[in-house]
Design a protein. Structure first.
Length: 161
């Protein structure tokens, strides 16, 4: 009996994308407005946020589809804060509850990053540098830099669709 071996090297190529980390203290809608203004794009809030942990943790997401260049741009928050009530067990007459805020990160290895700008296309070095320079020209942004997508551990969290 003959043995047939299938080789699927090219079938599962990884999606090419450019990922830019943004450090700032702006709210998500304000950052999206400033990126639209400085980059000439049209980010708008999606109808649903990214939900993780059975809907208890959500991250805001803005998206724009560039039909001319066939690219999709996505701005996603890296930080989600969830407030929960925790009962404090003291031996007293009154039950007391305390608000506890837990912080979750979309990308655990980049806890200091506030937002990620993901562009579903791999740019040349010059185009990526041009985009970074325009982002860094925004006075409210502390810093921004490119992230090598091949080094990411939690790459699955960047699948927005």
């Amino acid at each position: 009996m003959a043995v047939h071996k299938l080789i699927l090297d090219d079938a599962f190529d990884e999606a090419l994308f450019t990922l830019i980390a943004i450090h700032c203290t702006l709210e998500d809608f304000r950052l999206a407005y400033l990126l639209n203004k400085h980059l000439g794009i049209g980010l708008s809030r999606k109808g649903k946020d990214l939900d993780y942990n059975n809907g208890t943790v959500s991250y805001s997401i803005y998206e724009w589809e560039d039909t001319k260049q066939l690219e999709t741009w996505g701005l996603v928050s890296n930080i989600s804060k969830v407030e929960t009530l925790q009962k404090i067990d003291h031996k007293s007459l009154f039950d007391t509850q305390q608000n506890i805020t837990k912080t979750f990160h979309l990308m655990q290895e980049y806890k200091t990053v506030n937002y990620f700008l993901k562009i579903d296309s791999e740019f040349s070095f010059n185009k990526e540098k041009y985009i970074l320079n325009n982002i860094l020209a925004i006075p409210q942004i502390a810093t921004a830099y490119s992230i090598d997508s091949s080094q990411l551990k939690s790459k699955d969290n960047l699948i927005f669709s």
